[in-house]
Design a protein around this ligand. Structure first.
Ligand code: CAA
Length: 378
C-alpha cells in the first residue's frame, strides 16, 4: 500500500492552499452574508487551472489525476465551500461527463471554454418532482428530426445564474423508463432558456442556485451526449464521479473546522491553562482528528480507484456518506470548542456548519448513498 503523495500532488495541494489564503479567504464572510457570487475569484480559479483539472491538455485542461483534484477541493473547502462547489460541478459533472461520453466535436468545442473558466457549466438533472427519484424526469426532449425540442423545469441548479452551458437530462421516450432518457449540451444563450428565481440558502450562500425553465428550446441533434437512451446511465456515472468531489468538499469542511478548533484551543485559556490542556476539549479534538483521518482515507481511496480504472461506485458513495456525516458532526463540535465565539460569524465555524449540511443532500442524499452501497455489497 502506498500512502504518500507524489511531488506533483503535493504541489497541487500547496497551490490550492496558497490560492485559498490569498484569494478566497478575504471577504468570505461578507460574500456568505450577502449571497454575493465570487465572480472575480472564480475567474482566477480558471486562470490557475482549477476548473478543468482532469481535462486532457489537448482540450485545454490540466491533465491531472482525480487525487490531485480531491486535494485541491479539500484545501479550498477548508475556507470557501461556495467556491468549491462551483469548481466541483464544473470539473466533475460537466467537464468529466463531456470528456468521457461526448463526441470529438463536442469536446473540441466546449472543453477549452469550460476548463479555462471562460464558460461555467451546470448539471441539470433535479426537477420539482424528480430529486432522489431521478428516473421520473418530466422534462421532455422530443425528437424533431435534426433537433430535439426541449421543454421543462429544473431546480436546485448550481451555477444556474452564471453558467453558459447546461448538461440537461430529459425524457425522449416516456414509455421506455430510464432507457428513454437522454443527456444534452444546451447553451444558455439559445432562445427559450430562462433563468428563474435564485435560492436563499442555509449554506454555500455565495454559490448561485436557480430554477431553470426550458420553453421550446431547439437542441441540435449533434448536441446529444452519447447514444440514444443512455442519458440516465450517463447521469449515474457522472454523479458517481461527482460524489468523490463532494466527499472531498465535506472532508475539507471538517478539516477546516478542526484546524480552526485546534488553533483556538491552544490560544484560549481557562482555569489557568489553554483549553487544549483540558481533557474535555482534548478528547473532542482527538475524536475529530481520528474521524477526519478515516474520512480522508475513504475519499483518497475512491479517487485512487477511479484513477486505476476500477469500479468505484460503492467506494465513492461510502466516501461521500462518511465524509459528509463527519463534516456535520464535527462542525457542530467545532462550535462547542469555540464556546460563544463559535456562535458568531467572525470565527468561521458557524459558516462551516451551515455549509456542511448540503454535503449530506446534494449529488445524492445520505439515504441514496446507502441505497447505492447496499445494492453493491448485498
Ligand atoms: N453507474 C452506472 N449505471 C447505473 C448506476 C451507476 N452508478 N446506478 C444505476 N445504474 C443503472 C442500473 O444498472 C440500471 O440499468 P439496467 O436497467 O440496464 O440494469 C439503471 O441505471 C437503473 O438503475 P436503478 O434501477 O438502480 O435506478 P433507480 O431508479 O432505482 O435509482 C438511484 C437508483 C441510485 C436511487 C438513483 O436514482 C440516484 O442516484 N438518485 C440520486 C440522484 C442524485 O444524486 N441527484 C443529485 C442531483 S445533481 C446535484 O446535486 C448537482 C449539484 O448541483 C451539486
Amino acid at each position: 500500500m502506498q500512502f504518500e503523495l507524489t511531488e506533483e500532488q503535493i504541489s497541487v495541494k500547496e497551490a490550492a492552499r496558497d490560492f485559498t489564503q490569498q484569494e478566497l479567504s478575504p471577504g468570505v464572510i461578507d460574500r456568505d452574508r450577502n449571497m454575493q457570487h465570487p465572480t472575480a475569484q472564480v475567474k482566477k480559479m480558471g486562470e490557475m487551472g482549477f476548473l478543468g483539472m482532469m481535462v486532457d491538455p489537448e482540450y485545454g485542461g490540466g491533465g491531472m489525476d482525480t487525487l490531485s483534484y480531491v486535494l485541491a477541493m479539500e484545501e479550498i473547502s477548508k475556507i470557501d465551500s461556495s467556491s468549491s462547489v462551483i469548481m466541483s460541478v464544473n470539473n466533475s459533472l460537466v467537464c468529466w461527463g463531456i470528456e468521457e461520453y461526448g463526441t470529438e466535436e463536442q469536446k473540441q468545442k466546449y472543453l477549452p471554454l469550460l476548463a479555462s473558466g471562460e464558460w461555467i457549466g451546470s448539471f441539470c438533472l433535479s426537477e420539482p418532482e424528480a430529486g432522489s427519484d431521478a428516473t421520473s424526469q418530466r422534462t421532455t426532449a422530443v425528437d424533431m428530426g435534426d433537433y430535439y425540442l426541449l421543454n421543462g423545469t429544473k431546480n436546485w441548479i448550481t451555477n444556474g445564474g452564471k453558467s453558459s452551458l447546461h448538461v440537461v437530462i430529459a425524457q425522449t421516450y416516456p414509455d421506455k423508463g430510464h432507457r428513454g432518457i437522454n443527456a444534452f449540451i444546451v447553451e444558455t444563450s439559445w432562445p427559450g432558456v430562462t433563468i428563474g428565481a435564485k435560492e436563499d440558502k442555509l449554506g454555500i450562500r455565495a454559490s448561485d442556485t436557480h430554477t431553470i425553465m426550458y420553453n421550446d428550446v431547439k437542441v441540435p441533434k449533434y448536441n446529444r451526449i452519447a447514444e440514444d437512451g443512455f442519458g440516465f446511465k450517463f447521469a449515474m456515472k457522472v454523479l458517481t464521479g461527482g460524489r468523490i468531489g463532494i466527499a472531498a468538499q465535506a472532508l475539507g469542511i471538517a478539516a477546516g473546522a478542526y484546524e480552526l478548533s485546534e488553533r483556538y484551543a491552544k490560544e484560549r485559556e481557562a482555569f489557568g491553562k489553554p483549553i487544549s490542556q483540558h481533557q474535555a476539549i482534548a478528547f473532542k479534538l482527538a475524536d475529530m482528528a481520528t474521524e477526519i483521518e478515516a474520512a480522508r482515507l475513504l475519499v483518497y481511496r475512491a479517487a485512487w480507484m477511479k484513477d486505476q480504472g476500477m469500479d468505484y461506485t460503492s467506494s465513492a458513495a461510502m466516501a461521500k456518506l462518511f465524509a459528509s456525516e463527519v463534516a456535520m458532526k464535527h462542525t457542530v463540535e467545532a462550535i462547542q470548542v469555540h464556546g460563544g465565539y463559535g456562535f458568531v460569524k467572525e470565527y468561521h465555524v458557524e459558516r462551516l456548519m451551515r455549509d456542511a449540511k448540503i454535503t449530506q443532500i446534494y449529488e445524492g442524499t445520505s439515504e441514496m448513498q446507502r441505497i447505492v452501497i447496499s445494492r453493491n455489497i448485498l
